[in-house]
Write a protein that binds this ligand. Structure first.
Ligand code: NAD
Length: 310
């Protein structure tokens, strides 16, 4: 494979840092743009170069423009759904305007391909069919989802009119080592820390709401596939397996072999009841293996948190 010069925005974050590791292992040159607002240097591979700053900052953009770039993997985002509801304009400023600016700077620096971190759960809204395929109606129920969908639309425009190759990866609920437990979405990371500290797990609502939990190693495989010239368009990155929150709690009981107390809090208004993505299209196209089973992925993830907190 040709050695590429890749910019990974958000490369000091949870998913981005694993992609950086994989691209470096393949021999590509990797430059990270990250303002470290939710990511950290600790996550960053020492062979990755870092431009520390905001994707909306003119100085950061000017530096990017002066480089020679082949691919931009855009993972930096305002990734908090609740914050997007509280301040949709801020969300759009980072996730739409910021995204366009950083992609434009990379294109000026020669980039011919964009890989974009989209979100299956957020852009499909409350599902009509199960599991959701890529052609499921897209009816986002949060400003965050609106912004992800808007960016996919811009990428289609850039592909059709300007010939810019792009791959939008619509992630399910990603979990694994390095996930930040401070966020609101990382239920596996939040539960792992609470279990290890002997704290009660808080489940919003009945716990029967379902999600599709995909291990970060499968997400990395999708991002490696997305470098191939024949892969383009929007693809789900999910397992097709629906897991209820109550089952997640049981899985924690099994891997931790501890007593776990659970308290049910009020259900969150507007929270989706079910979400599960059909990830078969990308797996077939890029000949990717079946995704890791949740029980195996959770075991590996829990051990990581255990080591880190001990
Ligand atoms: P994360 O918070 O760990 O990573 C985001 C990174 O972007 C962080 O390192 C943060 O410091 C950086 N960042 C944020 N705003 C920035 C800005 N304005 N300028 C520069 N850097 C900035 O989150 P993650 O879970 O790794 O998510 C990565 C991407 O994947 C995001 O685009 C997110 O929307 C998307 N996504 C994640 C999931 C999931 O389950 N984690 C699901 C669907 C989509």
């Amino acid at each position: 494979m040709q050695k590429l010069s890749v910019v990974v925005t958000g490369g000091a974050g949870f998913i981005g840092s694993h992609i950086v590791d994989a691209y470096l292992a393949l021999g590509h040159h990797v430059l990270v743009v990250d303002d470290l607002s939710s990511g950290s240097r600790e996550n960053l591979h020492r062979d990755a170069e870092l431009i520390e700053g905001d994707i909306r900052d003119e100085k950061v953009l000017a530096r990017l423009t002066s480089l020679k770039i082949d691919v931009i993997s855009h993972h930096a985002a305002q990734a908090d759904v609740r914050r997007s509801v509280a301040d949709p304009a801020f969300d759009a400023d980072v996730n739409i305007v910021g995204s366009l600016r950083v992609i434009q700077a990379a294109v000026k620096a020669g980039a011919r391909r964009v890989i974009f971190a989209s979100s299956g759960g957020a852009i499909y809204g409350e599902p009509e069919t199960f599991p959701q395929r890529e052609d499921h109606p897209r009816v986002p129920v949060s400003p965050y989802g609106c912004a992800k969908l808007a960016m996919e639309t811009y990428l289609n425009y850039l592909r059709i009119v300007h010939g810019l190759e792009s791959v939008a990866l619509r992630y399910a609920n990603v979990y694994g080592p390095r996930q930040n437990s401070r966020g609101e979405a990382g239920v596996v990371a939040i539960f792992a820390e609470r279990v290890l500290k002997g704290e009660t797990l808080i489940v919003n609502g009945s716990g029967e709401q379902t999600r599709d939990f995909i291990h970060v190693s499968d997400v990395v495989r999708a991002n490696v596939a997305a470098l191939q010239p024949d892969v383009s368009g929007s693809f789900n990155v999910g397992t097709g397996v629906e897991t209820a929150l109550n089952e997640v709690v049981d899985a924690f009981r099994a891997v931790s072999r501890r007593e776990i107390r659970v308290e049910h809090a009020e259900a969150r208004r507007g929270e989706q009841l079910r979400s599960v993505l059909d990830g078969a299209a990308l797996r077939a196209m890029a000949q990717l293996p079946e995704p890791l089973a949740f029980s195996d992925g959770l075991e590996q993830t829990f051990r990581w948190f255990e080591e880190r907190l001990s």
